[in-house]
Design a protein around this ligand. Structure first.
Ligand SMILES: [Zn+2]
Length: 229
């Protein structure tokens, strides 16, 4: 699932605690249990996981890349990139392409389409926790064999694994791009492509950090030099 500690752990551990956000939000999907489901699906529960680690470029709405030259993105980030986590000894690990992706809540698979690192899946959640219809979007992934549009899924069902990005042009670490949105009432899912997510007339993107429902902190990418970021 993940790199083990020791020589395979990411170098450069003097990561600053630029923030330490372990608080739960008041948003209604703060209790998705998504982090717990992700840890369970990948056997990371056995005392290893402490918190997710995000540099600013991985976060929602960021104008910056966190790979390559770390220059500007073409569009503000539509979600959050779940890639790194810290264990209880403070060591940072990354998710790899064997990482299994559970669905956040009961719903229906509405779209599956190619993105530039793999495939993206959109799951529609009807009246999620009494708050209306939401979409959870899992991108840069490899969908589970046999999974199709229209399939009903339950919270925790494994719908994909993280795509292998070793041969990508961007040479970016494998990661789960995770978005949360509210669909417009007349949103059509046929021929869905990434750009549709960016159209506020069709999808209202929300900050997915609340839906992750787990502890996280940010770090300065300068502290990760040598880590392949
Ligand atoms: Zn992303």
């Amino acid at each position: 699932m993940v790199r083990t500690a020791g020589k395979e752990a990411i170098a450069g551990q003097k990561m600053q605690r630029t923030s330490n956000n372990h608080s739960k939000s008041n948003m209604r999907f703060a209790q998705t249990g998504f982090t717990e489901l992700l840890l369970e699906a990948n056997n990371l529960n056995a005392g290893e996981f402490q918190c997710w680690a995000f540099c600013p470029g991985m976060q929602f709405n960021s104008p910056h890349k966190w790979w390559g030259d770390r220059g500007p993105r073409d569009f503000p980030h539509e979600g959050v990139d779940i890639c790194l986590y810290e264990d209880r000894s403070g060591q940072v690990h990354r998710l790899d392409e064997k990482t299994r992706i559970p669905v956040m809540a009961d719903g229906v698979v509405r779209a599956m389409f190619k993105d530039y690192l793999g495939q993206a899946l959109i799951v529609e959640h009807d009246d999620l926790q009494g708050g209306g219809t939401y979409l959870s979007i899992y991108a840069h992934a490899r969908p589970r064999e046999g999974l199709r549009r229209g399939h009903a899924v339950r919270a925790g069902d494994i719908i994909a694994t993280i795509a292998d990005t070793r041969h990508s042009k961007a040479k970016i670490l494998p990661h789960l791009h995770f978005s949360i949105g509210r669909p417009s009432p007349d949103l059509a899912y046929e021929n869905f492509v990434w750009n549709i997510m960016r159209d506020p007339g069709r999808v209202t993107l929300l900050n997915p950090m609340d839906a992750i429902d787990g502890p996280w902190r940010t770090f300065d990418p300068e502290d990760m030099d040598g880590a392949g970021l």
